[in-house]
Design a protein around this ligand. Structure first.
Ligand code: UD1
Ligand code: CA
Length: 426
């Protein structure tokens, strides 16, 4: 097998987002756009270079924290996508394998498509392969220009295109596969005489044709996958597409989604068969939910949540960083965070795990062993453990550990004043 490396472009400013946050760190279900791209290449390539520039420190920190096999390379100033790739040339001077180039703002591409793309490149004995697709509304994308015999000629950017070229519906996805040793010289030969005064990566197509290299386009049928994020509207649309993909996958695998139009579930959430997700539920981050569970309506799972089988997470329940074992119910209006709940537990309505001390900024854990029952409107002040089978009476504030099979009560005893109302009205 030939070695494959990737270069991911992520140095641009993302002007159209109108944001202080670098574009590639804008999130879909709490995962930055760049994270989607890196997750999709990590099983394909042996090394990734990420070109950073605008807000380089923040992007570098995200990469270093989450993807230690990837390297960031600084591009400053940012003179265009071709200039961005040239930043890696010194590191790949002697490299003989293939390089795939992707954009950090194109999060919908899948690992399967990338594998098909590389396979196509190999099967055509191609030197340069660009991914393209057909868009009914191709505005803003680079157009693929072909000559009469249908072979590629060049890519022309929207801002440089003639009216005739603007009618072309085949667009550049911004994803390329290159036989590096043959193409690397292009990057020192690109020029910037175009409408934006930038060094365009897209010019390698015309460069390759001039050098009589084998240049091809891989036309992708599912054009959703190359949807690029340039604006907040694009971000919302990409979120919708990722969500729809996930809901379809879950329904195909035996999960009921009562109302797909109001349900949001992150890519990184696994759900077992015969579970039912009720309307207006929002599930972000990494989670796993077992079989036969009922989630929602209006439940919010915020990540690092593991739910066993036959559980109920009811309406207006928020859960974050918690493990919940089989047959446990958190039915209504509760917050469960930094917690471990055993099996056969019932959590009464309005129960709160008070996990955060805002003065020390420390989060602590709440542990409930099997068969515990918590009365409604109780506050469990962490760190705290409630041992097996213990009961907590309604409206309790639990500030110390409760022994197994005991009852804990903290409310004041009820007082009844007979005929008090009648006397008051006299
Ligand atoms: C680019 C392509 C266009 C294609 C589209 C697909 C070029 C010239 N145009 O246009 O043909 O249809 O992607 O989505 O390549 N970046 C850098 N350094 C720079 C400039 C950009 O790293 O100096 C990065 C950006 O952060 C971004 C990516 O490159 O992740 C693409 O840049 P962007 O400005 O979004 O290009 P488009 O106009 O979308
Ligand atoms: Ca773009």
């Amino acid at each position: 097998m030939r070695e494959i490396k990737s270069i991911i472009l992520a140095a641009g400013k993302g002007t159209r987002m109108k944001s202080e946050t670098p574009k590639v760190l804008h999130k879909i279900f709490e995962k930055p756009l760049l994270g989607y791209v890196l997750d999709n290449v990590k099983n394909i390539v042996n090394e990734s270079f990420i070109i950073v520039g605008h807000h380089a420190e923040e992007v570098t920190e995200f990469v270093n924290r989450n993807y230690n096999a990837a390297k960031t390379v600084l591009q400053t100033p940012q003179l265009g996508t071709g200039h961005a790739v040239s930043m890696v040339c010194p590191s790949l001077n002697k490299f003989e394998g293939q390089v795939i180039i992707l954009c950090g703002d194109t999060p919908l591409i899948t690992e399967k498509t990338l594998r098909d793309f590389i396979e196509y490149h190999n099967s055509q004995n191609s030197d340069i392969t660009v991914m393209s697709t057909i868009f009914e509304n191709p505005t803003n994308y680079g157009r693929i220009v072909r000559v009469n015999n249908n072979s590629l000629k060049c890519i022309v950017e929207e801002k440089d295109a003639t009216d005739e070229q603007k009618k072309i519906k085949e667009v550049n996805a911004g994803i390329y596969c290159l036989n590096w040793a043959k193409i690397k010289d292009a990057f020192s030969q690109l020029t910037s005489n175009n409408a934006q005064g930038e060094y365009y990566l897209t010019d390698i197509i015309a460069w390759g044709k001039q050098k009589n290299l084998n240049v091809n386009a891989f036309i992708l049928n599912n054009s959703d996958e190359i949807y690029g994020i340039n604006s907040r509207k694009n971000l919302a649309e990409a979120t919708r597409i990722i969500n729809k993909r996930k809901l379809d996958e879950l329904m195909d695998s035996g999960v009921t989604i009562v109302d797909p139009s109001s349900t949001w579930i992150s890519e990184d959430t696994q759900i077992g068969t015969d579970s039912i997700i009720y309307p207006s539920t929002y599930i972000e981050g990494k989670n796993s939910i077992g079989c036969n569970c009922k989630i929602g309506p209006c439940a919010h799972l915020r990540g690092d949540v593991e739910v066993g089988c036959n559980c109920k997470i009811g309406n207006f329940v928020e859960i974050k960083k918690a493990k919940i074992a089989d047959n446990t119910n958190v039915g209504h209006l509760s917050y469960i965070g930094d917690a471990e709940l055993g099996s056969n537990i019932n959590i009464g309505a309005g129960t709160i795990t008070a996990n955060y001390n805002p003065l020390s900024k420390v989060k602590s854990k709440t542990i409930l062993k099997d068969n515990v029952k918590i009365g409604s409107n109780s506050v469990l002040v962490a760190p705290v453990t409630i041992d097996e089978g213990a009961n907590v009476g309604a409206l309790s504030v639990i500030t110390k550990d409760i022994p197994s099979w005991s009852l804990a009560l903290t409310r004041s005893p009820i007082k009844i004043l007979n005929d008090w109302v009648k006397k008051a009205l006299k």
